[in-house]
Write a new protein. Structure first.
Lengths: 64, 398
């Protein structure tokens, strides 16, 4: 899986950083998503999918 | 579509303190969306199903602008379109105006920033527990604990003097009361805006290392916008978590097994906060949106100008999404509830609220293992008459 993040769409709610802090962080500046690991291991796949689903703004997507 | 309930109107009147109104639940059992008559006789919609609620909140064609709003119930708050919404009150703006304000603030409310606040929240919580202990029971938990913790935290974060709380808590209570006349509510809002304008001027003269001070120094917003942003954050920052702490404790006190789990098992606390947010859904009116253009929602045509009210408390009990949704189960894995909303307006302060609740519930229950209601449960006065649901008072002893 490959994670795509659109910081133009992101509203900085922090659901991704809350759900998978190993993969997502937030910018100190404007709180928008920072992807720490664009290609996370399979062990985190379920959590990453949940983070994508929880994202309120639709800023996150997964390329298979 | 079928008209299961002709002439359906909205209600905040509950049969039981922790469950949404039965009438709204019955709508969800029939259909996820239904026509509804608004307080101004507008014929709009009520959404009760989880999937449709999320779809509306994420859809760019649904607006929150006050001049387009129809009130689901007759009260001042929802008649905000009759007032001039203050500049900077970005919860009532659509993108891109909304984006400008939100982006200035999101960096202040990140998961990491809130983590850094935890030691201070713990200290504030312990101070309140010490005060309760030395005072001795019975006490009103709302005044002694539920209200002061989020109030102190948001004051420190924003840079609002806590000593002024009598004024802003009173104004905020009048603004949020469904019993206030439009004149009373407007006077309260104007008073609070005047207070915040003065505060902004003081921060311009004397720079301060807090959120409002930072916004003043940043120079992106003018004085009116700064006061409007301050109004939104101050009111949202203490009325919401305060009611979750009061109502959540009430719910736990009437569910002793759930209470014991939150008190005794630190691993349960994170999920328990999400479950209490879902189960209690203190947002009992809306969110409310207006269609900017015709939108097809799962086969239902929402015409431009029509209002959609999402019954969040009923949506959060949708069994298709949450299974045994009518039961409070703090040990269940729960995520995706709509208590903080969804879409671009999803609560800015939600990570702060989570931090406060994760600290405050277990700290209270561990300090007073014998905590119990000091009045019969049916005598606890409920906030059906306020824009945010909860308890007016919670007499407890230990």
């Amino acid at each position: 899986m490959k994670i795509k993040a659109d910081t133009g769409v992101c509203v900085g709610a922090g659901m991704c950083a809350l759900t998978v802090p190993e993969v997502f962080d937030q910018s100190e500046d404007d709180g928008t998503v920072v992807v720490l690991d664009h290609d996370p291991p399979a062990s985190r796949e379920a959590a990453v999918r949940r983070a994508v689903q929880l994202c309120p703004s639709g800023a996150l997507s997964i390329e298979e | 579509m079928t008209e299961a309930i002709p002439g359906l109107t909205y209600t905040t009147a509950r049969e039981r303190p922790f469950d949404p109104p039965d009438e709204l639940t019955r709508v969800r059992e029939e259909t996820p969306i239904h026509r509804m008559i608004y307080a101004d006789d507008h014929e709009g919609w009520l959404v009760t199903g989880y999937a449709l609620a999320r779809a509306v909140l994420a859809h760019p064609s649904f607006s929150t602008r006050p001049e387009l709003l129809h009130p689901p119930i007759q009260n001042r708050l929802i008649k905000m379109k009759e007032f001039k919404t203050p500049p900077g009150f970005f919860i009532r703006m659509d993108p891109p105006e909304h984006t400008r304000f939100r982006k200035l603030l999101t960096g202040q409310f990140t998961v990491r920033r809130m983590k850094q606040l935890e030691p201070r929240i713990e200290q504030i919580t312990n101070d309140r527990l010490d005060a309760m202990e030395s005072q001795g029971g019975p006490v009103d938990l709302v005044q002694a604990f539920a209200m002061p913790i989020p109030s102190l935290v948001i004051c420190e974060l924003l840079g609002v003097p806590y000593d002024d709380r009598e004024r802003f808590q009173r104004d905020s209570a009048v603004m949020l009361s469904l019993r206030s006349t439009p004149e009373q509510a407007k006077a309260a809002m104007d008073d609070l805006l005047g207070y915040l304008r003065d505060l902004v001027r003081r921060k311009r003269a004397e720079p301060s290392d807090d959120l409002l001070g930072g916004l003043v120094a940043g120079g992106e917003l003018d004085e009116e916008e700064l006061a409007g942003v301050g109004l939104l954050l101050l009111v949202a920052g203490h009325e919401t978590t305060a009611n979750m702490l009061g109502l959540g404790t009430f719910a736990l006190l009437t569910n002793p097994e759930q209470l014991a789990a939150v008190r005794d098992d630190p691993a349960v606390v994170e999920g328990a906060v999400e479950e209490l947010l879902r189960y209690l859904t203190i947002i009992h009116i809306g969110p409310i949106r207006t269609a900017l253009e015709d939108v097809d929602l799962d086969g239902h045509l929402i015409k431009a100008g029509e209002a959609v009210t999402i019954a969040a408390a009923v949506v959060n009990r949708d069994p298709e999404r949450f299974g045994e949704a009518e039961t409070l189960d703090v040990s269940r894995p729960v995520h995706g509830h709509l208590t903080f909303g969804h879409g671009v307006h999803q609560c800015l302060g939600q990570q702060l609220a989570r931090a406060e609740m994760r600290i405050a519930y277990p700290a209270l229950l561990r300090r007073f293992p014998g905590l119990r209601l000091a009045v019969p449960a049916e005598d606890v006065p409920m906030r059906s008459d306020m824009a945010i649901y909860g308890v007016h008072r919670l007499p407890v002893t230990w």
